[in-house]
Design a protein around this ligand. Structure first.
Ligand SMILES: CO[C@H](O)c1c[n+]2c([nH]1)[C@H](O)[C@@H](O)[C@H](O)[C@H]2CO
Length: 457
């Protein structure tokens, strides 16, 4: 019974990413990524865990697609492994063949593929040549996009260029919590621009013919801890670095002046070249929004930090010194992130109201909670409640005029949670890593029902 229906054709999906689930990191010609290197570096991932095997999805993809179909979801957002497709800069047919098989299997099961080209697994040889701080990497990404478009464009019509450039740039090059694990705000601001430039160069390639493309930034609702001038300015800085830097670039083709000013001490002015912003702000068919929580920001430097890895160390916020994050008193997930569905409504209505109109997808939303297997069943009512509350926020946003076209639950199944290893479980489907047994949690069955009925009770 549906009392809160969603628009006809709304895409109900689940999401994953290559390094987090595929395993088979040396199979069929795959090259090394920065996450292979990072995860194999002692002290970078909890318990020294890595993605060498992960969910063994590379060999079990047909089983996983069948499970998706049995649940009733109609769309699947996955990522392509750049080092599997172009190791050492050359096309690897073995890698392309895997994604052709995956796309064909999805289409045969009635599931629409949505492919992300970059979900953090940069080929190591490109990092060795300078990584995202080097402008040339953006052009190599455009070459990769052309190969992907040519090989998979008859099967895949929906493309996301880059997943969360904020994470790749600021966790990868400023705080060092993510691969490649560097701690240089100067490199981070260069990386942020070049990730967006990579999007700007690749989007026209992916949009050729009947291709549809966008990017998938991670956005947070941001609030000051108090209405003091210092806290208000701290919130402005974080909102600028987290949200407006990416939204303005992608949807307006310009960077916000206050953020450019804040980043000037890190050489940001020298990064942007003539023509870049026209490319970055070029036409897209949709924008993905990854949303998990709200930042409540204080100017006091003795507050906490947002847990982005168990080794949270240097700040991922260039130019936002004397900023800390405080809890707003809401319940938190196993990641310590506050549960705030109102923040999702806030972000969606803000993007719809303040930016040029563009169809939106929730490309990631979900929660980690500790799951308990009892007699082979997992009753993950907290995760189910989290998703239900955020879907209700989506429903309200649509009613308020937001052009929301779909929702992808993060994640289809438990997987490698970056610096946290396998200890944080976001999946609708439980994975026993000893046996690779997949077990739908109660949230999976519930979500499948919501998908089939296209609405909430
Ligand atoms: C730090 O919050 C981000 O928006 C964010 C959260 N998440 C992400 N980005 C990534 O896109 C996924 O690969 C993570 O597995 C997922 C869960 O941590």
């Amino acid at each position: 019974m549906t009392t809160r229906g969603f628009p006809e054709g709304f895409a109900w999906g689940v999401a994953t990413s290559a390094y987090q689930i595929e395993g088979s990191t040396a199979a069929d010609g795959r090259g090394t990524s920065i996450w292979d290197t990072f995860a194999h570096t002692p002290g970078r991932v909890l318990n020294g865990e890595n993605g060498d095997v992960a969910n063994d999805h590379y060999t079990r993809y047909a089983e996983d697609v069948a499970l998706m179909a049995s649940l009733g979801v109609g769309a699947y957002r996955f990522s392509l492994s750049w080092p599997r497709i172009m190791p050492g800069g050359t096309v690897n047919q073995g890698g392309l063949d895997f994604y052709r098989r995956l796309a064909d299997t999805l289409l045969e099961a009635g599931i629409t593929p949505y492919a992300t080209l970059y979900h953090w697994d940069l080929p190591q040889e490109l990092e060795d040549a300078g990584g995202w701080p080097a402008r040339d990497t953006a052009y190599r990404f455009a070459d990769y996009a052309a190969v992907v478009r040519e090989a998979l464009g008859d099967r895949v019509k929906h493309w996301f260029t880059v997943n969360e450039p904020w994470c790749s740039a600021f966790l990868g090059y400023a705080s060092g919590d993510h691969a490649p694990g560097l701690r240089s705000p100067e490199l981070a601001v260069r990386a942020a621009h070049h990730l967006l430039l990579a999007h700007g160069l690749a989007a026209p390639v992916l949009r050729e013919g009947d291709g549809l493309a966008g990017a998938a930034p991670n956005l947070y609702a941001v609030s000051p801890a108090s209405d003091s001038e210092l806290d208000l300015d701290a919130a402005r800085r974080i909102d600028g670095l987290q949200n407006r830097f990416f939204l303005d670039a992608l949807l307006r083709g310009s960077y916000p002046e206050d953020v450019v000013r804040d980043l000037a001490p890190f050489g940001f002015e020298d990064v942007v070249q003539a023509g870049d912003m026209e490319l970055i702000g070029g036409p897209i068919d949709f924008l993905g929004v990854n949303y998990y929580s709200r930042h409540t920001v204080s100017a006091e430097s003795d507050g906490g930090v947002v847990a982005t890895s168990p080794f949270a160390s240097a700040s991922p916020w260039p130019g936002a010194s004397h900023v800390s994050f405080v809890h707003g008193g809401r319940p938190v997930t196993d990641m310590g992130w506050e549960v705030d569905p109102g923040g999702l409504h806030e972000i969606l209505t803000r993007v719809a109201k303040e930016y040029p109109s563009v169809p939106l997808y929730i490309t990631e939303n979900g929660a980690a909670y500790v799951d308990t297997v009892v007699d082979g069943e997992i009753d993950d009512h907290e995760r189910l409640s989290y998703i239900e509350a955020h879907l209700a926020a989506c429903h309200d946003a649509i009613a308020d005029g937001v052009p929301l076209k779909g929702y992808f639950a993060w994640s289809f199944m438990d997987n490698f949670e970056w610096g946290w290893g396998y200890g944080k479980r976001f999946g609708l489907v439980h994975v026993d890593y000893e046996t690779q047994k997949r077990t739908p949690k109660s949230s999976a069955r519930w979500y499948g029902q919501i998908s089939r009925q296209n609405g909430l009770p």
